[in-house]
Design a protein around this ligand. Structure first.
Ligand code: ACO
Length: 402
């Protein structure tokens, strides 16, 4: 391998790759992605098999520890998580400070960053592997409680506390849709759909948020700070925020009379900033394998729940038109995971602004795995270079003579 630092010292050149379109930032054994063929595997297991057969906690274990757990290992992992789902009562005061209607992603990144203040051990230099594991368990556990409380806050409803009798996903749904006054039945169809969605979002190699988590963690920042930074990176509409943007776009098209041809023309017009949200991907130049699974799940869930969603019809028409249009074909723009996930979240009763938070809940094990791998590989601090394009030396002039 070429020693880049030595090459730079010898030649004085730096590599310029704005947006890191073809720059490998690390070696990783977590997720394999072939964008040309549309293949995605976690630790070698095809995403299709995991989405069909696995549970979210099993996939979380696989991503973080590198192998599928035995029955005992999984039970131990899930028990440890369920013991940490309560959050410090003082964390509730944060919710009083957020204005009504503030975006759930802003709340989530603040709350997760604040967890470091409630877990000062996480700041100790040189944590042992067992101590790191404790922090990982706490984060996985408390994230689901905080995510559901963000939703309750948006409704102005009382928070529901976690109950250890439920599995991870059911507990999350219980805290989200449950009530204090009565036991609410959560349908197994909803639990299964939620598991699938979380699994499909669990990791995606060196994307914008995972790279953010690694680069923040490379300065030795604590786990909570690194994940909070990843949440902020995910928020943007060009990344995880696309799931919210897709539904908003579909609603707009519906309100505009449902003329998909008109909106496809807008997306192709280079003088119009509009882009077809949920289409295109930096790495996939083929169908996003996650979109294929989600599309099928979306049909099944709407049928199971007896929902007839006009927005889904618009989505299907858009997909059909785009996939046969030379503009999209030549640029290899296919629907990505976010194109259909929002329709499922909507059918499950989540408000649009919660969609990206649900993505973050799913992506958490992937971020943790990326952070842990970066630490275990003892990677150096991430510090890109630049090509300076500013003025050469200028002499300071006094303000009176400018
Ligand atoms: N609608 C219309 N045109 C598009 C779209 C789109 N959604 N996406 C890309 N293009 C066009 C670009 O205008 C460009 O055309 P040109 O070559 O004529 O200039 C060409 O396709 C290549 O696009 P880039 O922006 O260079 O591709 P890049 O890899 O930088 O961007 C991205 C990828 C950000 C995902 C982009 O396709 C996009 O903005 N999509 C919509 C937002 C979205 O769905 N994001 C979610 C991604 S998946 C995820 O994060 C979970």
């Amino acid at each position: 391998a070429i020693d880049i630092a030595k090459l730079r010292d010898l030649t004085g050149y730096v590599t310029l790759d704005v947006g890191y379109k073809n720059t490998g930032a690390t070696k990783s054994a977590i997720t394999f992605l072939d964008g040309e063929l549309g293949i995605l595997k976690y630790r070698g297991y095809p995403i299709e098999q995991l989405a069909e057969k696995s549970s979210f906690t099993e996939v979380a274990y696989l991503l973080i520890y590198g192998a599928l757990p035995t029955a005992d290992e999984l039970k131990d992992f899930e028990t440890k998580i369920s013991r940490h789902t309560l959050v410090h009562e003082d964390m509730k005061k944060f919710f009083d400070g957020f204005p009504a209607g503030s975006h759930p992603m802003g709340q989530l990144s603040s709350l997760i960053g604040a967890l470091a203040a409630f877990n000062p051990l996480s700041l100790k230099p040189g944590l042992t592997a067992a101590e790191v594991d404790d922090e990982i368990i706490k984060l996985l556990a408390k994230m689901s409680t905080l995510v559901s409380w963000i939703y309750k806050k948006s409704l102005g409803h009382p928070f529901i506390y976690p109950q250890n009798k439920y599995d991870y996903v059911s507990n999350y749904l219980h805290m989200t849709f449950g009530q204090r006054t009565e036991e609410v039945e959560i349908s197994p169809v909803v639990v299964s759909a939620m598991n699938k969605l979380l699994i499909l979002h669990a990791d995606h190699e060196q994307n914008c948020s995972a790279s953010t988590v690694r680069i923040v963690g490379s300065s030795d920042a604590n786990l909570y700070a690194s994940i909070s930074a990843g949440i902020s990176a995910l928020w943007g509409p060009l990344h995880g925020g696309a799931n919210q943007a897709v539904i908003e776009m579909l609603e707009k098209i519906k309100a505009d009379g449902g003329d998909t041809d008109k909106w496809i023309a807008k997306a192709k017009d280079k003088n119009d900033p509009f882009r077809l949200m949920g289409f295109g991907h930096r790495v996939y130049k083929n169908f996003d394998p996650r979109a294929k699974i989600i599309k099928k799940a979306c049909d099944d869930i709407l049928e199971d729940l007896g929902i007839n969603d006009e927005v889904l019809e618009i989505a299907k028409r858009l997909e059909e038109v785009a996939l046969s249009d030379p503009y999209f074909v030549e640029r290899k723009l296919y629907p990505n995971v976010d194109f259909y996930s929002g329709i499922i979240y909507r059918a499950l009763g989540f408000p649009t602004e919660m969609f990206t938070v649900l993505f973050a809940l799913g992506r958490l094990p992937g971020w943790i795995a990326q952070w842990k791998e970066m630490k275990e590989n003892k990677e150096p601090i991430g510090r890109p270079r630049q090509i300076y394009t500013g003025p050469t030396t200028r002499d300071y002039t006094d303000i009176s003579s400018r």
